[in-house]
Design a protein around this ligand. Structure first.
Ligand code: PLP
Length: 446
């Protein structure tokens, strides 16, 4: 390397150091903790927690000028897989994309008889987020809805076997608001009937069942990194698996459907770039342009990965804070349990809660909407349990799905349940204000 090149490199790194110092200074001022002002400060149901670490990494990634998935993404995928305890994590641009890729992976003809085909059935619930179910319909398979349990908002495990038909190929479920579904029963059923398990962990990063991390039970699992979630990169998600075969298929679906698995900027990783024959293509056609799946392009940029990497460094403290906030609300709202049903962790689970779900008992003289309107008027953000009962959503009219038994608990959740925030940006002063408002409202109405 010439002396002038070395000089240029040093100069560039000197400028980088100055920029990093300025970003740090900026972040200190921008993210200085603000005093909570009761009745004035809004308490959102979900929110991100970022500081100089995220800004610093994102600026570094942009100064690299690499733009597409690169060194930050490599580190993020490795560290995420280590944290969860799976062999492979691949990033995608949202939790919905993660579900799309996870499901599509199981439709690959490379899986032979086990691949999910059009018209096959996939068991799930209707009380949840639409994009846990949509990939099934988009592909032409049939979601089969089983009712949920009123207390955990998860699939009623005793109703699953009744929903199985000769066409059933998979179970695809989310851990509702971070509360694990009964993985003992679900994994036993999957084994007994040779079904795939897709674990949607978008709301459950860090949740454990019998001491084992969620996302390690399914054949393939998903995460979301939208700002509302446990960690964020703006928009983003990940697909997780222990199977090399599924990981390679998932990457193919994510990366245009290509057969080639070279990382961005690399060529001829397989060493057989110009000596293969596939489909009707001529022998030696460039492997880089051979497509084995009906794919997408759902990759992330390295700036997103940089943000995610900084967030991963904080994940344990985030999970602890969520649990602490959850326990605070559980303890302080317990005196209203004759009016409100409070969340219960699934037996033998340790949830990393996404939110604090509350159900206004049906016999109560006030409705869920009375309470949520009051809370919102008092600057306390509320959310419903996503789509409620999906089959009542406008877009589901005319779609091909099957209901197994009744969905009366899903309707109950749709009518009576909502959730409030416990995310790491909330502190005890805010939660104490939340409890005070519940107290005022419920005392005034009973
Ligand atoms: C259970 C569940 N699955 C999937 C998603 C979709 O994630 P994203 O918003 O990143 O597409 C969400 C979103 O909140 C979710 O709650």
């Amino acid at each position: 390397m010439s002396i002038s090149k070395v000089y240029e490199k040093d100069e560039l790194s000197g400028i980088r150091t100055k920029i990093a110092q300025l970003v740090d200074e900026y972040a200190t001022l921008k993210y200085e903790p603000k005093e909570f002002v009761p009745e004035e400060t809004f308490i959102p149901a979900s929110g991100k927690f970022i500081d100089g670490a995220e800004l610093g990494y994102m600026v570094e990634a942009s100064l690299d000028g690499w733009l597409t998935s690169g060194r930050f993404n490599d580190q993020f995928e490795k560290k995420l897989a280590e944290f969860i305890g799976v062999k492979y994590a691949i990033t995608v641009n949202s939790g919905s994309s993660a579900n799309l890729i996870a499901f599509s992976t199981l439709t690959s003809s490379k899986l032979g008889d086990r691949s999910i085909r059009k018209g096959d059935e996939v068991i799930g619930v209707a009380a949840g987020f639409p994009t846990t179910v949509n990939p099934i319909i988009q592909f032409g398979a049939i979601p089969v809805f089983v009712d949920v349990d009123r207390h955990t908002h998860n699939i009623d495990p005793n109703k699953i076997e009744g929903a199985i038909s000769p066409k059933t190929k998979a179970i695809m479920l989310a851990h509702s608001l971070g509360n694990p579904f009964n993985l003992d029963i679900v994994t036993k059923i999957c084994k007994k009937y040779n079904l795939w398990l897709i674990e949607d962990c978008c709301d459950a990063l860090g949740s454990k069942y019998k001491g084992k991390m969620c996302a390690t039970f399914g054949d393939i699992s998903t995460l979301s990194f939208y700002p509302a979630h446990h960690i964020t990169m703006g928009e983003g998600g990940a697909v997780l698996t222990n199977s090399l075969e599924l990981k390679e298929i998932a990457e193919s679906f994510r990366d245009w459907g290509r057969d080639c698995y070279c990382p961005p900027g690399k060529e001829n990783s397989c060493g057989r770039r110009f000596c293969q024959k596939m489909g009707g293509l001529p022998y030696g056609y460039d492997h880089k342009y051979m497509y084995s799946h009906l794919g997408y392009n759902l990759k992330i940029t390295d700036m997103q990965a940089a943000c995610g990497l900084a967030q991963l460094g904080k994940i344990s403290s985030f999970i602890e804070k969520r649990k602490k906030n959850f326990n605070y609300l559980s303890q302080h709202l317990s005196s209203f349990e004759d009016i409100l049903s409070l969340p219960k962790a699934t037996h033998e689970s340790d949830p990393s809660w996404f939110g604090f779900p509350i159900t206004v008992n049906e016999e109560s003289p006030v409705t869920r909407n009375d309470l949520t309107s009051y809370l919102e008027q008092n600057k306390i953000g509320t959310r419903l349990l996503f789509a409620g009962n999906l089959i009542h959503q406008p877009y589901m009219s005319g779609q091909n799905y099957r209901v197994s038994g009744e969905l009366s608990n899903s309707d109950y959740v749709m009518n009576n349940t909502f959730w409030i925030g416990i995310h790491p940006a909330l502190n005890e002063k805010m939660l104490s204000y939340v409890v005070e408002k519940f107290d005022l409202f419920l005392r005034a109405n009973f």
